[in-house]
Design a protein around this ligand. Structure first.
Ligand code: AMP
Length: 203
């Protein structure tokens, strides 16, 4: 099963992706996590990724697509995956469709977590405080300035991805403002709905 989980920063994609992994046994692929790992490298590209991520802006499509394509070609992704944080631009979505098409694969579900933007800042601040309390290193982009850039990037570059999948009739939207367990239940319902159409390949 191949699933794409979309939603703005702080919508709870990571938490919900973990529940999906437990229930459906798919691999959790977070491009944010992949890029944070790549940013550790003491190389020019590593430093550039780190800088871009800390600012809250998006890393280049070329780089992210290459990382995703490489990752999904590995054996452990064969039985399926949930993509969390990808595609983040229409260009990524279109290229990803082409890649899947070439591999004779298709997406089974595209689920959007809908969260009012005003709530997001509060959620991220809670995450920052929890990380502080537990002595966990904080994300370099969990601060007011970067968050503004992340929300702007979401509005300008990622919201059109939702329209892209909606226009193709494959988008399932879930109210992400409910209790975590309710959101999870709604996602499972969306996934288990038998009539769920597969994402048609772009020709
Ligand atoms: P996330 O952990 O999903 O919130 O992502 C953290 C940061 O990683 C984002 O603000 C971007 O800088 C970068 N990033 C993650 N996924 C993508 C993507 N699909 N395209 C471009 N940049 C990404």
């Amino acid at each position: 099963m191949r699933i794409v989980l979309l939603g703005p920063p702080g919508a709870g994609k990571g938490t919900q992706a973990e529940s999906i992994v437990k229930k459906y046994g798919v691999l959790h692929l977070s491009t944010g996590d992949m890029l944070r790992a790549a940013a550790q490298a003491d190389t020019e590209i590593g430093r550039k990724i780190k800088q871009t991520m800390a600012s809250g802006a998006l890393v280049s499509d070329r780089l992210v697509i290459a990382a995703v394509v490489e990752r999904i070609s590995q054996d452990d992704a064969r039985k399926g995956f949930i993509l969390d944080g990808f595609p983040r631009t229409v260009s990524q979505a279109v290229t990803f469709d082409d890649v899947l098409h070439t591999e004779h694969l298709e997406l089974d579900h595209v689920v959007e977590l809908q969260v009012d933007e005003k709530v997001l800042l509060g959620r991220i601040l809670i995450r920052v405080n929890e990380a502080k309390e537990r002595g966990i290193a904080q994300r370099a982009d969990d601060n007011q300035d970067s968050l503004k850039v992340r929300l702007d990037a979401y509005r300008a570059q990622t919201a059109p991805v939702i329209d892209y999948y909606r226009a193709r009739g494959v988008l399932k939207s879930v109210d992400g403002l409910q209790q975590i367990e309710r959101v999870t239940a709604d996602i499972f319902k969306a996934i288990d709905t038998a009539a769920s159409p597969k994402v048609a390949m772009r020709r």
